[in-house]
Design a protein around this ligand. Structure first.
Ligand SMILES: NC(=O)c1ccc[n+]([C@@H]2O[C@H](COP(=O)([O-])OP(=O)(O)OC[C@H]3O[C@@H](n4cnc5c(N)ncnc54)[C@H](OP(=O)(O)O)[C@@H]3O)[C@@H](O)[C@H]2O)c1
Length: 302
């Protein structure tokens, strides 16, 4: 396994991490899969308060050392007191005294980012959090979040990035590289979509390349991301078989001409990009309504 620096920090993260959203129903198997990854050099696990998997991650790492844990505060918890409370909840479920990377899960247009970032700074100054990250933030939202802080720097943006969803290539990836931040690539296997019959045209092409290396199409998809500078994919695998396959995606190298070929298979502004922009608008409306509602129902402080 090779390692990459996280942003400007001295932290070295495995070039393939572990995602934990929608783990399978078998807790023991999930833990076994995580152990397989850790035994094979993976040192980076991503979770979130809304995944309901922080306790599984906590159990999986209980006897382990030097594992870098990233979790996230959900967007309806972006008010100052809610951020602090959410962090304390995550620490408890993870069984940790400190979270390595605490990420804002999704931008919330209804809450002033200054209020949220001031809580994030407080958490770092209290040693409950080591590094601050964001997720699903555009370049502008990232800049606004950074400008809202005076003491610390954002080290990463976690966004959807895979062969079918290449929106970060529009401007975000270049910006992150320029500012020396890491792009944590979620849904690197397109949530499994790219490996289904619906995308058989893509699968056929990936198959041709993967066979040359004695690898699988999933491994080609992950390698395509892992060899990119400042990008760390975090595939989710519930089964030990998938987990091992994903880790072994790091032990070969696509050639330059293969990368160019894969790049030409999909476009950065296809229909999936338009669909995800529409989805973001729906989430915005939901967050505005949810944030208004929670303000109304909270008891006022005297
Ligand atoms: N920040 C955010 O808003 C956000 C959003 C989505 C995801 N994420 C993070 O990113 C992680 C990964 O994204 P994701 O879970 O959406 O999707 P993904 O990792 O792209 O794909 C997961 C799917 O692919 C399957 N799979 C895994 N390895 C495989 C292999 N080697 N061959 C064939 N199929 C394989 C999995 O099946 P099995 O489970 O059966 O192995 C699962 O169905 C999440 O777990 C989460 O940590 C973050």
């Amino acid at each position: 396994m090779k390692y990459k620096f996280l942003g400007k920090t001295k932290e070295k993260l495995s070039e393939i991490g572990i995602g934990t959203w929608q783990l399978g129903p078998n807790r023991e198997q999930n833990i076994e899969s995580i152990h397989i990854a850790l035994d094979n050099g993976v040192n980076f696990i991503d979770t979130a308060e809304i995944y309901g998997t922080e306790d599984i991650v906590g159990e999986a790492i209980r006897e382990r050392k030097n594992i870098f844990i990233a979790t996230k505060v959900w967007a309806t918890h972006f008010r100052y007191d809610d951020v602090i409370k959410a962090c304390n909840g995550s620490l408890k479920r993870l069984g940790l005294k400190q979270i390595d990377l605490y990420q804002l899960h999704w931008p919330n247009p209804a809450i002033d980012i200054k209020e949220t970032m001031s809580a994030m700074e407080k958490l770092v100054s209290e040693n409950k959090v080591r590094y601050i990250g964001v997720s699903n933030f555009s370049k502008k939202q990232l800049i606004d979040a950074q400008n809202a802080m005076s003491k610390y720097e954002i080290v990463s943006d976690q966004v959807k990035y895979n062969i079918l969803d290449r929106a970060p290539e529009k401007e975000l990836l270049d910006y992150l590289r320029k500012e020396k931040m890491t792009l944590i690539a979620y849904s690197p296997l397109a949530h499994g979509d790219a490996l289904k019959r619906k995308y058989s045209w893509l699968l056929d092409e990936l198959n041709k390349i993967s066979k040359r290396h004695g690898k699988t199409p999933a491994q080609v998809m992950l390698n395509w991301l892992a060899i990119k500078k400042d990008v760390i994919p975090i595939p989710k695998a519930s089964s030990p078989k998938h987990m091992l396959e994903n880790i072994e995606a790091a032990d070969f190298k696509l050639s330059g001409s293969e990368i160019n070929y894969i790049d030409r298979l999909t476009s950065i502004s296809d229909n999936r990009y338009k669909r995800s922009a529409a989805f973001r608008k729906i989430v915005d409306v939901y967050l505005i309504m949810a944030s208004k509602l929670s303000r109304k129902t909270k008891p006022r402080k005297k």
